[in-house]
Design a protein around this ligand. Structure first.
Ligand code: FA5
Length: 359
């Protein structure tokens, strides 16, 4: 055989393909790499494809044998390619299945829907009851003048509540005697100065006091209510509060007024609702001595109230000879505690989602 002999070159070509293709296919790590390797041999310009094209130019006597060898090799390469492809795909499938197992029967992880805080819900429900009876809703500033918090309500200047120990005064606000309001009665004053009777208003808001125990928080919610018209009496007050108690805690919930003192009402009273836990009015034996909420008394204090004092009317420019009215101030946190049987007001401020989510 001479150098450049076509059969020799053909032989070498076949030997090269034969010696290489298996290793080339095994080295391919993914399908594109495998396809590129196969193309080098059996693609349109592949080495083996070109050899097959040259079969016709070989000497006639060896053409048949070389053609058969080249075709057989082509079939082997094609077969090896198919096998390598199948193996690669199987490996890919395994890898996909091998990731962390998924249990489709497990319940899904939903974002926990938020909900309103129980105090906020109590506040909105209380406001609802009063607006359904025709009361307007008013708002006022949390930082206010002592003039609105005390003076115009008829607090004498030496009243203990005006003392630094009960109220939070604002440093730098001495000229206006600025303070964190200690009750929502500031809004009673502001609204009566702003509007003319007849009027019926409720005003919810946050108030601040130097208080801190199981039923007293330094920051808590109140709602003020007041109604000014001609010939208003304690009976009207009692009627409105009775409707309120029944609407919030159920028909038949009794209301009790006890005489009490607030500088801005005359007469003044504290209002108790029948204990909404042991519900003594529904029990033959009355109040339960072991009730942890009312401690066996059968009553729960919810608010202070009374007939608006003529001095307050004078202080806000309303003629006390013509106009009469009642006012009340209720603790909203207490209402939330009563509704849910929460023994300590602090639990409403701790914001433990286990408690709040269960209410
Ligand atoms: C007042 O604040 C009067 N302004 C209420 C009022 C308005 C009387 C209009 C007459 C006319 P008192 O300090 O009692 O009153 O508070 C009213 C209610 O707020 C209480 O019955 C109680 O439910 C709630 N409360 C008082 N202090 C706290 C506190 N530190 N933490 C939580 N709730 C409180």
């Amino acid at each position: 055989m001479r150098e450049g002999d076509p059969t020799r070159l053909f032989d070498e070509g076949l030997a090269r393909v034969e010696g290489e293709y298996e290793a080339a296919f095994a080295a391919a790590l993914d399908e594109p790499a495998l396809r590129a390797a196969a193309a080098r041999y059996i693609g349109p310009n592949g080495e083996l494809t070109q050899l097959l094209r040259q079969v016709g130019s070989l000497p006639a006597e060896s053409r048949r044998a070389y053609g058969a060898r080249a075709n057989t090799l082509r079939q082997r390469v094609e077969h090896a390619f198919e096998q390598a492809l199948a193996q690669l795909r199987e490996r890919e499938r395994r890898r996909a299945l091998d990731v962390a197992p998924v249990d489709p029967t497990l319940p899904g992880r939903w974002p926990r829907p938020g909900r309103l805080h129980p105090t906020r819900r109590a506040l909105l429900d209380v406001v609802d009851v009063f607006t359904s009876m025709g009361f307007d809703v008013a708002d006022g500033p949390e930082v206010d003048r002592a003039e609105y918090n005390f003076d115009r309500l008829g607090f004498p200047p030496d009243h203990p509540a005006t003392d630094m120990h009960d109220s939070f005064f604002v440093r730098g606000g001495e000229a206006d005697r600025l303070m964190l309001r200690t009750h929502t009665s500031t809004i009673q004053v502001r609204e009566m100065m702003r509007r003319r009777p007849p009027l019926a208003v409720v005003a919810p808001g946050v108030v601040y006091r130097r208080d801190d125990d199981a039923t007293h928080s330094p920051m808590f919610f109140q709602i003020e209510g007041f109604l000014v018209d001609r010939d208003v009496s304690m009976a009207d007050l009692r009627g409105v509060l009775t409707v309120f108690g029944e609407r919030l805690f159920g028909a038949g919930t009794p209301l009790r007024l006890r005489p009490s003192y607030f500088p801005f009402v005359e007469p003044g009273a504290e209002a108790d609702l029948g204990c909404t836990f042991c519900r003594p009015w529904e029990q033959p034996a009355g109040a339960r001595p072991d009730c942890r909420v009312c401690k066996g008394s059968g009553w729960l204090e919810i608010l202070g109230c009374g007939m608006i004092h003529p001095v307050v009317f004078e202080n806000v420019g309303i003629d006390p000879e013509t106009w009469t009215g009642f006012a009340f101030g209720m603790g909203i946190d207490r209402i939330a505690m009563l509704r849910h049987g929460i023994p300590s007001i602090r639990m409403l401020f701790d914001n433990d989602p286990r408690l709040l989510g269960s209410l």
